[in-house]
Design a protein around this ligand. Structure first.
Ligand code: MN
Length: 128
C-alpha cells in the first residue's frame, strides 16, 4: 500500500536515509527541512503520517506538532517524534507533548518500514 509520508528533518543525511528506505518500501515521501515547512505541508499535502525530528532550526518539533494539531487536517494525523537520543526523558517528553509514538536515531533501516506500517495501522491516539 502506497502511503504519502511527510518527513520533517533538517539533517540532509538522515533525510536521505529515511526517504530512500520509505521510497524503496513503496511510499511517497514529502520532505520538509524546518518545522514551519512541516506545518505548512501537513496542511497542504494531506500526508497520512508525519515523522518529525525534534531538533529543528526555528520552531522545534514540539512546537510544530502543536501548530499541526490546531488545524482540522492536522488534528487526526499520526505524528511520530524522531528523537536524537535513546533517552527515557526524550520519549516521555515526546509522548506527553502529544506525539503518537517516537523513533530513535540512529534509524534502523531494516526496522523502519515495519515500524511505519505499525504507526499507520494504529493511527492517531486521540482519534480512538
Ligand atoms: Mn535535527
Amino acid at each position: 500500500m502506497t502511503v504519502r509520508i511527510l518527513v520533517v528533518e533538517d539533517n540532509e543525511r538522515n533525510l536521505k536515509l529515511v526517504r530512500d528506505v520509505l521510497q524503496f518500501a513503496g511510499h511517497e515521501v514529502i520532505e520538509a527541512r524546518t518545522g514551519e515547512e512541516g506545518v505548512e505541508l501537513t496542511r497542504t499535502e494531506s500526508p497520512r503520517l508525519v515523522l518529525m525530528d525534534l531538533q529543528l532550526p526555528g520552531i522545534d518539533g514540539v512546537e510544530a506538532l502543536r501548530l499541526i494539531r490546531e488545524s482540522p487536517e492536522g488534528a487526526r494525523i499520526p505524528v511520530v517524534a524522531v528523537t536524537a537520543f535513546a533517552m527515557k526523558q526524550d520519549r516521555a517528553r515526546a509522548l506527553s507533548a502529544g506525539f503518537d509514538d517516537y523513533l530513535e536515531k540512529p534509524i534502523d533501516v531494516r526496522a523502519l518500514p515495519v515500524q511505519v506500517q505499525a504507526f499507520l495501522a494504529r493511527g492517531h491516539r486521540g482519534s480512538e
